[in-house]
Design a protein around this ligand. Structure first.
Ligand SMILES: Cc1ncc(COP(=O)(O)O)c(C=O)c1O
Ligand SMILES: N[C@@H](CCCC[NH3+])C(=O)O
Length: 424
């Protein structure tokens, strides 16, 4: 359920007409619903409540939507944060998410990033290789601190999602192969400055079946047993994120958070670990739309081209993953037509959809791409010297601009160059 619906013939986000936002801010613009994201946060927390030993932690995957206002909203709703860079760590802290609710994932953490996060505090580093553990050991020892860690296991399970968002097979760069886990824990136990106490897994994103997740968690459970038999104490298991969201009629229907919680409860019943979760898309995906205006309708060889003022730089998912986004008119007339929807960017990949039947619209009309709250604005860029897309947060009857349109014009001025010459 989300909070984008027709009222008086026009699409609203909660109590605010999207037409009013377009008139005030211009288009394209991302629009987020506070009510939807808070509801999803609660649904997820409720689904996993009582799982594992001790209070479970739902650590929102900041990469999905790192907007400061979104983070503050979700932190206030009770979520922690899963971060993958020091930039995300700083954003989470700036949103007042407590250090002990932050986990730090990612295969390429630098010594500087490790040092800053360790000094600032966090629940756990999710370490993705023994090489990373050695670097972290050196950083922690130099600081005279102990770094809490869990190793990310690559269970070699196919997630059944798009290849570019699959992370848990042997061909992916993520985690330590399960067969090498005992060796890694053995070595890490002897490294100074590390408190090894966790285990973690994340096999991919937009998963529409629980089976691969269950398979991965079963493997994790076996490893926890094997590690304990070798004398390691494992008290935290981080089950990652990845649960898909519904994209609308005709699209694969993902399992509900409640069904996920039931499966987790069953598989982890004997683990005796605290459980962490890292959902991103589930929390914000359907809490956002990209609002855009039709610039022109141009005849095509087969179907007309609907050229909108949002491009692949604003919403990369269709170009990157052939992703489907439902497209709706802000003021539908009841008539339908079949069109190709494209942006203004000079790439043929700047295509949102081909031959799609949708609400009939004309030049100047507003449309939305649904399910754009996750991996939308955060992936935006300024290709073709286009401004970075602005973002608006709606809360009931009111709305706020939470990222202004960032123009790249400032960079266009030719400046006196400060040449550096290593020979000087
Ligand atoms: C380590 C990790 N955790 C959590 C997530 C969040 O995934 P999702 O947004 O699919 O829940 C990702 C992204 O796939 C990830 O790489
Ligand atoms: N960016 C991807 C999800 C990747 C998740 C990060 N590991 C998407 O838009 O679907």
């Amino acid at each position: 359920m989300d909070h984008f619906e027709l009222r008086g013939g026009a699409l609203h986000c909660e109590g605010v007409p999207l037409e009013a936002i377009a008139a005030a801010v211009g288009t394209p613009v991302y629009v987020y619903s506070t009510a939807t994201m808070v509801r999803h946060a609660r649904v997820m927390m409720e689904a996993v409540s009582g799982c594992g030993s001790g209070a479970p932690l739902v650590a929102y995957a900041v990469k999905a939507n790192p907007n400061a206002a979104v983070l503050k909203t979700l932190g206030d709703a009770g979520l922690g944060a899963d971060v993958v860079s020091i930039g995300e760590y700083r954003r989470a802290r700036a949103a007042r998410i407590a250090a002990e609710r932050i986990v730090f994932s990612g295969v390429g953490k630098t010594a500087e990033e490790m040092g800053e996060a360790l000094a600032g505090g966090l629940l756990q580093f999710n370490v993705e290789s023994i090489e990373e553990a050695r670097m972290l050991s050196a950083v922690a020892t130099a600081q005279g601190r102990e770094a809490p860690i869990g190793f990310r296991i690559n269970p070699d399970v196919a997630a059944g999602t798009h290849a570019k968002i699959t992370t848990g097979t042997a061909d992916n760069k993520f985690g330590i192969p399960a067969a090498e886990a005992l060796g890694a824990y053995g070595e890490a136990a002897g490294l100074p400055g590390l408190a090894v106490r966790g285990i973690t897994v994340h096999i991919g994103s937009q998963l529409t079946s629980l089976d691969p997740l269950e398979q991965a968690f079963e493997r994790l459970g076996e490893l926890i047993g094997a590690l304990r038999r070798q004398g390691h104490s494992i008290s935290v298991a981080d089950l990652g994120g990845g649960l898909g969201v519904p994209h609308g009629p005709g699209q694969p229907e993902p399992p509900s958070p409640a069904a996920y919680g039931t499966m987790v409860r069953r598989v982890t019943a004997t683990w005796d670990t605290r459980l962490l979760f890292e959902p991103g898309r589930l929390i914000v995906g359907n809490a956002g739309v990209l609002l855009t205006r039709v610039v022109r309708v141009k005849p095509g060889a087969r179907d007309p081209w609907l050229i909108v003022d949002a491009g692949m730089n604003d919403l990369m998912r269709p170009a990157l993953y052939d992703a489907y986004h439902r497209i709706e008119a802000v003021r539908p007339t009841g008539h339908r037509s079949t069109v190709n929807v494209v942006g203004p960017v000079c790439e043929s990949g700047d295509t949102f959809t081909m031959g799609r039947e949708m609400d009939e619209v004309s030049e100047g009309d507003l449309i939305v791409f649904r399910t754009a709250g996750a991996y939308g604005a955060t992936l935006a860029n300024s290709y073709n010297s286009r401004p970075l897309t602005p973002e608006v947060l709606v809360d009931g009857q009111r709305w706020a601009l939470v990222r202004r349109r960032v123009d790249v014009d400032a960079l266009a001025a030719v400046q006196d160059l400060a040449w550096e010459n290593p020979a000087d």
